[in-house]
Design a protein around this ligand. Structure first.
Ligand code: HEM
Length: 607
């Protein structure tokens, strides 16, 4: 044994780092005169600490023991003068205790001891991994669209608050209608011009959906449902739901009757609330009615009371909590273990569990009354399909049913009620337009009957107003995300398979070269000189192609009936002495107006 260069008493000669790896396990057997043994067991470690019956003895010296964060922190370890040369004794060490047992001779603890060379190796590996990760981020595939490195633009997101505005700014900066970047850790292409968005929506290789941690989390850890699936699974399920909606009178009488019944109860509620001095907050009145149209179509009955409030609250929080990419959680999924609250992970789990419970309860109720001879709604139809396919490998499972319901409620309720919310906001800001809508309602519908879907073709001005609302006030400014199914090209750029594609409906609907004055609310742009409706292939709020919105007809009809039905009864204005409502939307996956209150004046007293 060589005894050389021992530190002086209490001198600190090293610092221990607590890492989850890099520990050397040593079971230290205890003997009363065991110092010799300790030398032997610890001979290849840099730090040694032995715990005996809650006292710490490091190489024979007594040390203080402090319980800290569930770990044992050892202070004032003394070295032994005749310590072997390859044992370094330190003043402060963190030891991890586990596996306590007893022997006839006293307590025996297994002590994990830091081996500094292992630590160093771990640090080097970590450093290399970080460098490789960054290099991967910097490296762009050959002939990939231009765009910024990921670290260079988060400040823009803070400054502009809305992801679609950030992409627009970047598109101007790189003078390109297509951007290539990393979003949520994924190689992503953002498409902004009319022509390219059109191509993405109609070319089959852009029909996939990404399979990322964030999207799986949104789908409760599964890749089920419709919205976040692709391939044969998606096609079969989409077809099934669409055909069911058609059978139930999608766009026909049954759906209209459901909507009119909801409209009648909405008008009653508005009548009751309009007398309140604070006015009416549209968002809180519209959302339950719109959701109930969907709920009746899917589940056969209305939803009300606590369940309704809870469902709306959960969906509202979900809509505002994330952007399309999933933010930090998507980029660094592992952060959820360290910062579950800050990354939104806990929130998403809470929302998912809440939604799942409400939907599962509804499905369980259906099982009790289920009768294959009398299918009342989508859930019954799905249960019947499950029964028919018992024993075969099928996409019709209970999990799938739950996710389909979730897709419909999430995809359909906030989008439709937010569009209506924006429409009434526009009426407050543009009383002249509201007056013309009233005139048309009076001429076509009158006062004595409820509006009907058949009225739509004769209410050209109202249609133009609703088109302009959807052009200017976006509830879905960015569409997708899509996944490229095979290597392809777009705008002469190479787009590798599995690249995520996001398209900006906002950029198309607000393109100054096409619209001239895109920021102006002007329904007349959709009317020709003879007062006829001008449709435009530059306006597609429900997207296009085989993956276009599944609820387009339902949404358009709901928006028309609720809008005309309310304006038939009321004039809408802002409360006297208050600022007009802001047109700046609240950020989120789906945009909504900031809550505003409106004064509703019965039409017999108007103007
Ligand atoms: C104003 C109301 C609505 C707007 C603006 C809207 C917009 C959109 C858009 C742009 C997409 C395409 C996403 C993509 O390209 O991948 C989409 C898809 C979808 N929408 Fe809607 N939507 C609305 C209402 C509804 C309603 C009422 C329902 C429910 C019946 C619904 C259910 C869905 C579903 C399930 C999808 C996914 C389709 C698929 O991936 O195949 N949406 N919606």
């Amino acid at each position: 044994m060589v005894h050389q260069q021992w530190p002086t008493s209490h001198q600190q000669v090293g610092t221990c780092m607590l890492l989850s790896c890099g520990w050397t396990n040593r079971s230290v057997g205890l003997a009363e005169s065991g110092l010799e043994k300790f030398y032997c067991t610890a001979v290849h470690t840099n730090v040694i600490c032995v715990l005996i019956e809650q006292r710490c003895i490091a190489l024979g010296a007594v040390a203080h023991l402090i319980q800290c964060c569930g770990k044992l922190f050892v202070e004032h370890c003394l070295y032994l003068p005749d310590c072997p040369s390859d044992v370094i004794c330190i003043k402060s060490a963190i030891c991890w205790r586990s596996d306590m047992g007893t022997t006839s001779r006293g307590g025996v603890y297994k002590v994990h001891v830091v081996n500094m060379s292992v630590l160093l190796a771990v640090a080097i590996v970590l450093l290399i991994s970080i460098i490789l990760y960054l290099v991967r981020d910097f490296r762009r595939p050959t002939n990939f669209p231009p765009g910024p490195p990921w670290w260079s633009w988060p400040h823009l997101a803070q400054e502009l608050r809305h992801q679609h505005l950030v992409f627009q700014k970047l598109s101007q900066r790189y003078q390109s209608p297509v951007l290539g970047l990393r979003l949520g850790g994924e190689l992503t292409v953002v498409v902004l011009s009319h022509d390219l968005v059109h191509q993405v929506l109609t070319r089959e290789e852009f029909e996939g959906r990404p399979d990322t941690f964030f999207l799986r989390l949104r789908s409760m850890g599964t890749r089920k449902g419709i919205t976040f699936t692709d391939g044969p699974w998606w096609m079969e399920q989409r077809r099934f739901v669409m055909s069911h909606f058609r059978q139930l009178g999608y766009g026909k009488q049954t759906m209209e009757a459901i909507m009119l019944s909801e409209l009648a109860s909405l008008v009653r509620r508005l009548n009751n609330r309009r007398c309140s001095t604070s006015g009416v907050t549209f968002s809180s009145c519209l959302a339950p009615s719109v959701l109930n149209v969907l709920w009746v179509l899917t589940a056969g009955t209305r939803i009300s009371g606590e369940h309704l409030d809870r469902l709306l609250e959960l969906m509202g929080r979900r809509m505002r909590a994330f952007d399309l990419s999933g933010g930090t959680l998507s980029r660094y999924p592992w952060l959820r273990h360290i910062l579950p609250n800050h990354t939104g992970y806990s929130l998403l789990l809470e929302i998912n569990t809440g939604l799942k419970n409400i939907i599962m309860e509804m499905i369980d109720e259906h099982r009790v009354l289920y009768n294959p001879e009398n299918k009342r709604d989508l859930v019954d139809a799905f249960l019947c399909e499950m029964e028919n396919r018992t024993g075969e490998k099928s996409t019709f499972t209970e999990d799938q049913l739950m996710m389909v319901c979730m897709d419909l409620f999430i995809g359909g309720s906030q989008t439709t009620s937010n569009t209506l919310d924006f429409a009434f906001l526009a009426m407050i800001l543009h009383p002249d337009v509201q007056r013309q809508v009233h005139t048309e309602i009076d001429a076509v519908i009158g006062h004595d009957r409820a509006p009907a879907l058949n009225d739509r073709r004769r209410m050209v001005y109202t249609e133009a107003v609703l088109m302009e609302v959807q052009r200017l006030y976006h509830v879905v400014p960015l569409g997708g995300p899509r996944r490229v199914l095979r290597d392809t090209t777009l705008h002469n750029y190479h787009i590798p398979q599995n690249t995520v594609v996001v398209y900006s409906l906002w950029s198309v609907h607000m393109d100054p070269e096409h619209w001239g004055d895109p920021h102006v609310f002007r329904p007349e742009r959709f009317l020709d000189d003879d007062g006829g409706l001008v449709t435009s292939d530059w306006l597609f709020p429900f997207a296009l192609g085989r993956r276009r919105c599944m609820g387009e007809t339902l949404a358009r009809n709901s928006i028309f009936l609720f809008f005309t039905g309310i304006l038939q009864k009321f004039q809408v204005s802002s409360a006297p002495g208050t600022e007009p409502p802001s047109i700046e939307p609240q950020p989120g996956i789906t945009l909504s107006p900031q809550p505003y209150s409106a004064v509703l004046t019965p039409r017999d007293k108007e103007y």
